[in-house]
Write a protein that binds this ligand. Structure first.
Ligand SMILES: *Cc1c(COP(=O)(O)O)cnc(C)c1O
Length: 456
């Protein structure tokens, strides 16, 4: 197998696709801290979690000991429609950068939702269906998660109610139409259909909404409707678990050609795609077999891992969801309106937070205009128009490749290309017109928000 010529795209056979998800927490000596119930501030029980989430998903959320969890056949069959995802050797980018580094990216944008989110959406819809539920509720900011969930629900014949942050509902009408085409019911948030929505509308007339508010509406809708549960597209450990298919496929593809990665890079919003990508590599790192350099990339406007504090915090603005010990900017933190909606979350999944705290993973923050510069360079040579979120990983991959150019090192860099950016042309327009701005919060702003963290 060694020294074979590496093709532009490494595809796996269907028979090489993973049959079990990898539960990264089960391999950690020091586990992430447990979720706490917002009512009792004690570790949350399966019974409490099952009121909000499907029973099996609640079980997966609490399971930090089972190393591999079998992927049900129905989900594997769905995966086969758009997976395995290719691992691409970025020969053209390497040439453009004149770097001796070898660059690979795992491309997750080959499905209608345009991102990795479908990997977990299909699993969550499957367990809802299996439990005999009528439907699920969720929130969506930029719209990728809502789209993925709509596709998954229509596949299993489930009702799907999406609360879409009002400003994106208005700014991204085509995202909304994709969801409706898949049969989802899309409501701009804050709405007048929930108590919390009415309250927020009365308090802040004309507000264009926020993710935190949409979460509270979706949770209220799920818990007040018979036969409904709430589902979430990132942050939770169950989502990291489902996203491990990204890393498992990547590892199989690299192994097939005898390639060893030196650096693994991913963008981090809630942390699920990065957690999934690094899973099998982090296991080898923790076992002392390989010393991969693992880098999480976040926007300088929402610098959770690089400037937040590691503490218990609420996962939503309405404080109805469980509390998590994580790197956080505070649940009341409102990041400036960056064009990477998928990376504007105030916290970070507990697993990645703990790995960062243990020094097993590093984090970098990058500014929006340099991200779009990297996105444009990439689009022009590799042919894929990346999502702004994904372009955060591209930016750091390019930085590392340019370092190799200086030192002459032939490092192997692998990064996650989470999706395509066709619904983000407004952002590209700003960049092309030269009117994109970078906002970096001051220490005082961050402190003001983190000072209000719950004292636990
Ligand atoms: C949602 C999203 C992200 C952020 O992913 P997390 O798993 O929450 O870190 C990144 N890229 C794209 C294209 C997304 O849609």
């Amino acid at each position: 197998m060694l020294n074979k010529e590496i093709p532009y795209k490494i595809y796996l056979e269907e028979s090489e696709m993973p049959t079990a998800w990898l539960n990264l927490r089960a391999f950690m000596d020091k586990k992430p801290a447990p979720l706490l119930s917002p009512a009792t501030l004690k570790p949350i029980t399966h019974e409490e979690l099952s009121k909000v989430f499907c029973a099996e998903l609640a079980r997966q959320e609490l399971d930090d000991t089972t190393k591999y969890i079998e992927i049900p056949k129905e989900i594997r069959d769905f995966y086969k429609m758009y997976r395995p995802a290719p691992l691409v050797r970025a020969y053209c980018l390497e040439k453009a950068l004149q770097t001796p580094a070898k660059i690979y990216y795992k491309f997750e944008g080959n499905n209608t939702s345009g991102s990795h989110k479908l990997n977990s959406a299909i699993a969550q819809a499957y367990y809802a269906k299996e439990q005999g539920l009528k439907g699920v509720t969720t929130e969506t900011g930029a719209g990728q998660w809502g789209t993925a969930l709509s596709m998954a629900c229509s596949y299993f014949g489930l009702d799907c109610k999406v609360f879409m942050v009002k400003c994106s509902y208005e700014q991204k009408p085509f995202r909304r139409e994709v969801m409706r085409t898949y049969g989802a019911n899309v409501t701009p948030s804050p709405s007048m259909t929930t108590e919390v929505g009415k309250k927020i509308n009365a308090e802040f007339p004309g507000t264009t909404g926020s993710l935190g508010c949409a979460i509270s509406e979706a949770v209220e809708a799920a818990t007040s409707l018979d036969g409904y549960r709430y589902v979430l597209g990132s942050v939770l450990n169950q989502v990291l678990l489902h996203q491990s298919v990204i890393g498992l496929e990547t590892k199989t593809a690299l192994d097939k050609y005898g390639i060893t990665a030196d650096i693994i890079i991913g963008c981090a919003g809630g942390g699920s795609n990065l957690g999934g990508l690094i899973s099998p590599f982090m296991v080898e790192k923790m076992q002392g077999k390989k010393d991969y350099q693992i880098i999480a990339v976040e926007p300088a406007s929402c610098p959770t891992l690089t400037r937040g504090v590691y503490a218990y915090d609420f996962c939503d603005t309405g404080k109805v969801c469980p509390l998590a010990k994580m790197y956080t900017l505070g649940s009341g933190y409102i990041p400036s309106s960056s064009h990477s909606g998928g990376l504007r979350y105030h916290g970070m999944t507990t697993t990645l937070s703990e790995l960062k705290d243990q020094g097993l993973m590093e984090a970098r923050s990058v500014e929006q205009t340099e991200v779009f510069k990297a996105a444009t360079t990439f689009a022009r040579v590799e042919g894929i128009l990346p999502a702004p979120e994904s372009a955060h990983a591209i930016k750091v991959a390019v930085d590392e490749a340019l370092k190799c150019k200086e030192t002459g090192e032939e490092k192997t860099i692998v990064f996650g290309l989470t999706g395509t950016g066709y619904f983000d042309m407004y952002a590209y327009q700003k960049y092309n017109d030269g009117v994109m701005s970078d906002y970096i919060p001051t220490d005082a702003e961050i402190k003001k928000s983190t000072d209000k963290l719950p004292k636990i």
